[in-house]
Design a protein around this ligand. Sequence first.
Ligand code: CO
Length: 271
Amino acid sequence: MTSARPTAPTRVLAVSPHLDDAVLSYGARLHQLARSGAEVVVLTVFAGVPGPPYSATAHVYHDTWGVSGNPVPMRIDEDAKALRELGLTPRHADFLDAIYRTLPNGRWLVDDPSRSVSSQALEVEEPDLMASVAQHIREFSTRFRPAAVYTCAAIGRHVDHWRTRDATVKALLGTDIPLRFWEDLPYRGKTTRMPPLPAGTSFTGHLVEPVDPQDRDAKFRALLHYESQLALLGHESEPLPERLERYARERSETAYNEATWGLATTGGATR
Ligand code: CO
């Protein structure tokens, strides 16, 4: 243990789209904050437990994950183990992942396994879902009173990442809680494409945040708890820790790092 950093906030909230994203993208920094004395909660938005029947797309994902039946309880368990490894506290909201969602007309949001989830889901808006997710985040942060909130930048344009990011902006806009956006990993290694932020807001202040080897090592140990996700994340072709190290070295030769942006609002005010 090193001595606590004087700038470490007391309470930190990380809003994660799925059961793995906060650790994949920002796990080393969250570990660093936790061991510096912060109480860090990871609120996963799309952790709802679905029931059958499942869409054809969901069946394809279940096969990739190597599960039969309902995989979400197992994924919640993986997440609890990973977060425990990092000294973080899990909170799981019960919104359904895009592959389980239906539209008001009863059809699946995503129903063509031959097309990507996001290319289908982004063709429709989900205003009711967005409002509910924003309200959930607002209520949680009102109770928890975080000194800082982090969420994803939605690099890679996954629909659930986009919804999470914009709902978090919506929830916190007008408050004095600083919000930052982590670069989504491992997607950032392949693309820099992001959906536009809500009107009146933009990214500012890109920050590469170096961490100590112990934070990097804790993150890589934690990642291995997400057993069901490793195949989908390409762990077999190139182990995730090696790939994430490679991406980080593009930023800095000397230390493992993760990167974030701040949020600017129209008129130039940054927060
Ligand atoms: Co995700």
